[in-house]
Design a protein around this ligand. Structure first.
Ligand code: BGP
Length: 469
């Protein structure tokens, strides 16, 4: 029997403002920390990116022609408030109105994220979300958007609180490039979760129409040797850092005893204390049952073994397989060399991990309401076939197919999964890996800004039309 996806299932594509738009210096856009950081630390900048700022009519037309009926878009906060607060930039507001209108004309539902890694520079320099002042600035920005963009039906506050904290304060590959600072990491996650909760509470008290949720990246963590209690603990601690701390804040409105025990252990070993206030938990508790949906970004799983040495992280930004190291003192070390396929960037490809993660949400956080898989996809050094004007990306098709199949299995086992957004709709640059790591259904020639459907785009079109694999 052919298993069909539900009739209302969304087959979407995902983008993010800073990675797709380009146009960082025009129409009054304010600066973000990435502008300088990329220039100083990497071999590429956010120009021209995919020039989505101008090319969006072409991209939305492609969506319609390829049966893609949903798109993740983020608003660049610094296009609306160039300094992060204060005066509004009317050109930024007009741009997003035009963009959302065009989405609806093409029957592509926009799922709109307020913050996708791009805090305005002035606020970022002021401590980003480690500084509580920025919580209020975010909530004011959210309120402005909720009231202004009434054509939006689906809102998400933040994209991937986990990886931003990880990139900014553990790995040091995101601005401000700090490493191994667990105090900042947890405080940042906590404060962002409070900002999320306050935005959700405001959304409800102001009776904004539409739905609201949050997008979390949820890599699944397994012990390398399930028989070894130390490896089991390493997997649990990694899960707390990347998943459980923010999931507890989202759906419990507090941190469970087990979560806090792990956090205290990590801070004891690595130093640091947290500022968690009763008023924060009031906001978290008020919001915990008010999320209409959870967005899950899932790319990989990790296998963990115990590690007591000094902190060592080596980020594999050029995609040289085997170039990664991730070992945290008193937490654990990721073992990349397991007998499972992985990408050139050492991301372990394990669709079962997506199934396990969805079922974990269903079981541990039953108030989740419904799930969208808001990102999933394969980063690859695509080769363009000049003669045939396409990319033969069989590996990407296999990747998507196996993950969609894991989703079907989760739906069969009772999980409410309502849609899938492939990362990425079009090729964009990767934050810490540049333009060489491509994910798109549509190949972008970054010199001419021409778009070319890859083989995966034709495959996805068929699946979206027939609603089965
Ligand atoms: C997620 C981000 C995206 C995107 C994707 C792929 O963490 O939400 O913005 O970049 O991962 O990651 P990368 O570009 O590092 O390969």
């Amino acid at each position: 029997m052919v298993e069909r996806f539900p009739e209302d299932f969304i087959f979407g594509g995902a983008t993010a403002a800073y990675q797709a738009e380009g146009a960082t210096r025009i129409d009054g856009k304010g600066r973000v920390a990435w502008d300088n950081y990329l220039k100083e630390n990497y071999w590429y900048i956010a120009e021209p990116a995919s020039d989505f700022y101008h090319q969006y009519p072409i991209d939305l037309d492609l969506c319609e022609r390829f049966n893609i009926n949903g798109i993740r878009i983020s608003i660049a906060w610094s296009r609306i408030f160039p300094k992060g607060y204060g005066e509004v930039n009317p050109k930024g507001v007009e741009y997003y109105h035009r963009l959302f209108e065009r989405c609806h004309e093409h029957h592509v539902e926009p799922f709109v994220t307020l913050h996708h890694f791009d805090t305005p520079e002035a606020l970022h320099e002021n401590g980003d979300f480690v500084n509580r002042e920025n919580v209020e600035h975010f909530v004011n920005y959210a309120e402005f958007c909720f009231k202004e963009f009434t054509e939006v039906n689906y809102w998400t506050t933040f994209n991937e609180i986990g990886p931003i904290g990880d990139g900014q304060y553990l790995v040091g590959k995101f601005p401000p490039g700090i490493q191994y600072d667990f105090e900042k990491l947890f405080q940042f996650h906590h404060n962002m979760m409070v900002a999320h909760a306050k935005a959700v509470n405001l959304f409800r008290t102001h009776n904004i129409k539409g739905e609201i949720g949050i997008v979390h990246a949820l890599p699944t963590k397994y012990p390398l040797n399930p028989e070894d209690p130390k490896d089991v603990q390493a997997a649990e601690l990694e899960d707390i850092i990347h998943n459980k701390f923010i999931l507890d804040a989202t759906y419990l409105g507090e941190y469970s005893d087990a979560t806090m025990k792990g956090v205290k252990h990590i801070l004891k070993v690595n130093g640091g204390t947290l500022d968690l206030r009763e008023e924060d938990f009031e906001a978290l508790r008020a919001a915990k049952d008010q999320n209409d949906f959870l967005g899950i970004n899932y790319y990989m799983s990790d296998w963990m073994k115990a590690y007591e040495g000094e902190n060592i992280i080596t980020h594999n930004s050029k995609g040289v397989k085997g170039g990664s190291r991730y070992a945290l003192k008193g937490v654990g070390e990721r073992e990349f060399n397991v007998d499972i396929p992985r990408t050139d960037w050492d991301w372990i490809i394990y669709p079962q991990g997506l199934y396990d993660q969805i079922m974990r949400i269903k079981q541990d956080y039953p108030n989740y309401n419904k799930i969208y898989i808001t990102e999933n996809g394969l980063g690859y050094k695509d080769e363009f076939d000049v003669e045939q004007q396409t990319v033969h990306d069989k590996a990407r098709i296999d990747y998507i197919e196996s993950h969609l199949s894991a989703i079907q299995e989760a739906i069969r086992d009772g999980a409410e999964v309502k849609g899938y957004f492939l990362w990425s709709l079009i090729d964009v640059f990767s934050w810490s890996n540049g333009y060489e790591k491509r994910y798109g259904l549509f190949y972008v020639d970054f010199n001419t800004q021409q778009r070319y459907p890859k083989e995966s785009a034709y495959w996805y079109k068929r699946v979206a039309e027939q609603k089965h694999l």
